[in-house]
Design a protein around this ligand. Sequence first.
Ligand code: KG4
Length: 340
Amino acid sequence: MADIILGIESSCDDTSAAVIRDGWLLSNVIASQQVHKSFGGVVPELASRAHEMNIVPVVSEALSRAGVAAADLTAIAFTRGPGLLGSLLVGTSFAKTMALSLDIPLVMVNHLQGHILAGFVKQEGSENRHPQFPYLCLLVSGGNSQIVRVDSPLEFTILGQTIDDAVGEAFDKCSKMMGLGYPGGPIIDALAKKGDPKRFTFAKPHLEGLDYSFSGVKTSLLYFVRDEMAKDPQFMEKNKEDICASFQKCLIDILMDKLIKAAKQTGIKELTIGGGVSANSGLRERMLQEGAKRGWNVYLPEFKFTTDNAAMIAIAGYYHYLAGERCPLDVAPVSRIADF
Ligand code: KG4
């Protein structure tokens, strides 16, 4: 009999539900919250309220697009964390209630594992390429910057991670500081395409090992813009494409230096990226360039799987389900998870 999993994701500002049958995607519905735009960042209380409004229609739509009745579901997988507690609470409570009412198993998923395994969601009409184990995943989002070694769908080892800001945070905070808007990543990415990445340089961290730091480069940009604006108030407006291109190059250089180091140290040549920043065109291009140069097999996620979505939660939950993992109904969401 087929295993039909409903995935539910509500860790930040996207309410999402997806249905997969034996790993094949049947539906993936995402309701993105626009309410945060004018605040220049996600407002946790508004996010949880919007999840409450969205969760029922989003789950209904996912089931209907999949052509699956609730009674046909084998199990429900939900994001337990990390994320915003109020947001996670909505998805967790909904998943528990639905599993209890249908009398089917509940499976909890670490959101980050979802991003790392997103490439394993099988789709009709797609090549369905995915990395072979073991592989390295550069996990880059608004809350994380990590290099993770993946030995199986259930075995993850963090080789390096940020000691301060996440790279997505650096994109977002710098965009805000330059008055460009939120979320900063896509805005800087678009402006960077028109600019010269070699025009300006910013201070890079000197950190041993495979850990990252992004707070210094952010400060370096802040002081640079402040000093130049003192000389010419139009500096930012006149040079924003070049500033964005140079800043983005600097962030990508930092990410890639450590990833190359990790690949050398482990001897692993299967590489992928995940998380919101994996949508960045410069990073994707650089992954392919380095891959061609170093004999890596590079797997880039489809754009729809770079941001938060429930398909990745459903696939990660499917592997946990197959391994016999079941989650008790008194489980609570967690905003932080120190390790995998
Ligand atoms: O994984 P994600 O959707 O959510 C959380 O971190 O919870 O990642 C969001 C991050 C934001 O910082 C956003 O600016 C960044 O991903 N992002 C990008 C791009 N698209 C989204 N960063 C760089 N370039 C992009 N094209």
